[in-house]
Every structure is written in structure tokens, then in C-alpha cells.
Write a protein that binds this ligand. Structure first.
Ligand code: S3P
Length: 428
């Protein structure tokens, strides 16, 4: 079990060009390449445990991958292979859920499993709508918990109103709809991240959006292959945005970050709290990409209860900014935090209380009063975003974070970047 020690930071001014590649887009590159009959080209595919699991899975399904001069070539099989072994999704809910949607309509028998954290995350949100359209899905608790077994079959078109704004549910159902013989319809309470719609449209799929409903037309022939450079992950970049926002007189320039509006909400909140943030757009192909420049300024408290799905992954890091702001900040409508890689309401609250910050826990969020951090030993609870958030908190007073191997699931070079702004080392 790795233990990370982080020293108090002095003011810094850094340019960071190696934030890890976007995790959501990388997973999708691997899975969507199976919808073409030609080789997809992917530059800057995320080399982290979660996304390498997805790549291994598509190889077990028959895809061939090759790395040529840093470009990942993914050649899909003519027909998906029925794999002899179970498919290991590691820690990744995105991998498991997207593949549930994709494989439900493919001939064959497939078993998806993951680590002990993924084994406790709910799959019913997807198993239920998929079963309603004819999917043969099973698992512990009647298909709610992994291992998930799928016997692929012919599915029926659907009109599904999702009770939660989840890009994983939306993407899985879109994947299941592409192979049907008539259009399907999907709606969600608020727009969740929209990479699936954008990327599949870029590959030639006909996915419309009318009056808040997504209409998925079946594909009549294989899609065009992907030719894409994965931008830096805004969720990864956000840890360092918070670092500049809380260490007095600091500035950071985060290069080539995905600027999709469904991923920018946490930066917008930080801006409303007082941090100076500039967005410089540089390109707009499948997605908008550019630099984000973040400069320290004193923070004031804020209330957050809308567009929660646009900042759900950044809430642990944002809670560190709340704990440094003047006044009481609050988060509500964020019950989804309880079913992430850890129960992030409870793990954020526990760690903040430990270092002397006043926090109040609610079923769907928390109140955090700005205060002074005490130097303590934090626990990551095996959750990468909790580990990285409290490494950033440690920049204020020094700290130790236990169980940090999980950082490798999404951001393997996080500690190398942290070392540019502070002294950080793995303890033996
Ligand atoms: C993701 C969607 C989000 C997010 C996760 C990645 C995706 O989950 O929390 O880290 O790539 O689609 P939900 O869609 O379940 O909210």
C-alpha cells in the first residue's frame, strides 16, 4: 500500500502540458472503435489502469491494437469473439456500464467483473432498462451487482426516460440502440456529459436531439473509424486549478484541456468564488480544446445545487476550495456522489473533519465552513479522486495520504506534476 507525503507549498507559477488524457473519451475510443470495420487512430490514449482494462477487454473481444509512433491503431474484428475468460473492468464503472449496453445486443456469452470497489456499485440503473428491451442480464442481487453475465440477444427499440442524469446509462443505451431495426428515444433529467453523442456523430451515426429527447437511428453500415487526439482530462486538470486557487499568489497554466461545457462547471464555480480563470480555446473538432489559466485570489463561499452532473467528478477537489473560502459553502442534489468509487459524501466529510474543518453531512451533499487545515494523515478509502483531492489540501499545511495506489486508475503522473509545485514523495 503506497503512502504519499506532501509538504506545504510556496507560491508557484507553472505551465503544465502533461495532464493525463481524458478518461471518458479514452474509454469511448476503445469501445466505439468496434463499431467500425476499419482501423481507428487514437493519439494520447490514457495509459492508466482503468482505460488499459477497457483496451484489454476489446482485445479479448477480437480487436487488434498496435502502437506506432505514439499512435494507437485499433483494428476491430469482423465479428465479436465470445471470450473464454471473464472481462476485467478493474475499478471502472464506465467500462462496465458501456460494455453492458454494447454486449447485450451481440451474439455470445460475456461476464464482466471488477475490483472490490466496483463490485459494490449499482448496475440496476442499466440492467433494468436493458432487461425491459429483452436483454438477458444477470448478476448478484438480480443483476444489480457484478459479476454481470450477459447472453447477447436481439433487443427491442425503446423510449426510455432515465430518472438520473448519467452519461454512463445514456451511453450504454445509445450503444444498445444502434443495432436495432427502428429508432429509439432517450431522455434524462438534465444533460449529462455528451461525448458519446459527439463522437458517434463524428463517426457517421445519426443521433438527433429534439425537444430534449435523443433519437438514436440504427446504423445501416459500419461507422467511419475514429481519428482523434484525446485532450487532457479537465477532471485531472481541476486538481491543479484548485492548487493555484488555494496557495496564495500562485498561477498555473493547464495546456490542451477538454473544454466541453458539460465538464467545465467546477472551473465556473471556482471562478464565481473569486479565482481568476481564463479559457483560451484552440480547436473544435469532435470537442472544444484549449488552455486554462488559473490565478490565486481570496475565495468566498458558494452554494451549489444545479448542473450537478457537470461537476460530479470534481466535487471532492472543489470541497478543498470550499474549506479555504470565507463563509459556509454548500452542495445539494448530489446523492450520486454516494455511489462513486467510494461514498464521496462520507469520505470527503470524514477527511475534512479529521483536519479540523467544520462540516455537516446531508443525504445529498454537505455544508463546509472555511477554516484552517491541521496537518494529519488522510485515508484515500481506495478512491483515486479522494487521494488526489487531499494531496492538494496538503499543499496548505503538509500532510500524508494513505493508500494512494488508486491514483494509477486515472492519473499515473499526478505525483510527478505535484512535485513541480511542492515536495512530494512516496514513503517506504
Ligand atoms: C462518466 C460519467 C460519470 C462520471 C464518470 C465517467 C463517463 O458517471 O462520474 O467518472 O465517462 O460517462 P455517471 O454517468 O454515472 O454520472
Amino acid at each position: 500500500m503506497s503512502i504519499l507525503k506532501v509538504e506545504k507549498a510556496k507560491a508557484f507559477d507553472e505551465v503544465i502540458s502533461d495532464i493525463a488524457a481524458d478518461k471518458s473519451i479514452s474509454h469511448r475510443c476503445a469501445v466505439f472503435s468496434l463499431l467500425s470495420d476499419k482501423t481507428s487512430l487514437v493519439r494520447n490514449y490514457l495509459q492508466a489502469e482503468d482505460t488499459l482494462c477497457t483496451l484489454n477487454i476489446i482485445k479479448s473481444l477480437g480487436a487488434k491494437t498496435e502502437n506506432e509512433n505514439g499512435i494507437l491503431h485499433i483494428t476491430p474484428p469482423a465479428k465479436i469473439i465470445e471470450p473464454p475468460l471473464v472481462l476485467d473492468c478493474g475499478n471502472s464503472g464506465t467500462a462496465m456500464r458501456l460494455l453492458m449496453g454494447f454486449l447485450s445486443g451481440i451474439e455470445g456469452f460475456f461476464v464482466l467483473h471488477g475490483d472490490k470497489y466496483l463490485a459494490s456499485r449499482p448496475m440496476k440503473r442499466l440492467a433494468e432498462p436493458l432487461k425491459k428491451i429483452g436483454a438477458n442480464i444477470d448478476g448478484r442481487q438480480n443483476g444489480n451487482l457484478s459479476p454481470i453475465c450477459i447472453r447477447g440477444t436481439k433487443l427491442k427499440p425503446f423510449d426510455y426516460e432515465s430518472p438520473i442524469a448519467s452519461a454512463q446509462v445514456k451511453s450504454a443505451l445509445i450503444l444498445s440502440a444502434l443495432r436495432l431495426n427502428a429508432p429509439s428515444f432517450f431522455s434524462e433529467p438534465e444533460l449529462s456529459r455528451d461525448h458519446t453523442e459527439r463522437m458517434l456523430r463524428g463517426m457517421g451515426a445519426n443521433i438527433e436531439c429534439k425537444n430534449g429527447k435523443i433519437i438514436i437511428h440504427p446504423i445501416k453500415k459500419p461507422l467511419y473509424p475514429l481519428d482523434i487526439t484525446v485532450p487532457a482530462d479537465p477532471s485531472g486538470a481541476f486538481f491543479f486549478a484548485v492548487a493555484a486557487a488555494i496557495v496564495p499568489n500562485s498561477k498555473i497554466t493547464l495546456k490542451n484541456v477538454l473544454l466541453n461545457k458539460t465538464r467545465m462547471e467546477a472551473f465556473k464555480i471556482l471562478q464565481q468564488m473569486g479565482t481568476q480563470i481564463e479559457f483560451v480555446q484552440k480547436e473544435d473538432k469532435y470537442e472544444s480544446i484549449g488552455d486554462i489559466i488559473v490565478k490565486y485570489a481570496p475565495l468566498k463561499a458558494i452554494k451549489v445545487s444545479e448542473n450537478i452532473s457537470w461537476l460530479i467528478d470534481e466535487l471532492p477537489a472543489l470541497s478543498i476550495a470550499f474549506a479555504c473560502a470565507y463563509g459556509i459553502s454548500s452542495v445539494r442534489n448530489a446523492k450520486e456522489l454516494r455511489v462513486k468509487e467510494s461514498d464521496r459524501i462520507s469520505t470527503v466529510v470524514k477527511n475534512l473533519k479529521l483536519c479540523g474543518i467544520n462540516v455537516r453531512e446531508y443525504e445529498d451533499g454537505y455544508d463546509i465552513e472555511g477554516g484552517i487545515f491541521k496537518k494529519v494523515v488522510f485515508n484515500s478509502f481506495g478512491d483515486h479522486r479522494i487521494a488526489m483531492s487531499f494531496a492538494i489540501a496538503s499543499l496548505l499545511c503538509g500532510g500524508v495520504i494513505e493508500d494512494t495506489d488508486c491514483i494509477n486508475t486515472s492519473f499515473p503522473n499526478f505525483i510527478d506534476i505535484l512535485k513541480k509545485i511542492s515536495t512530494a514523495e512516496n514513503l517506504p
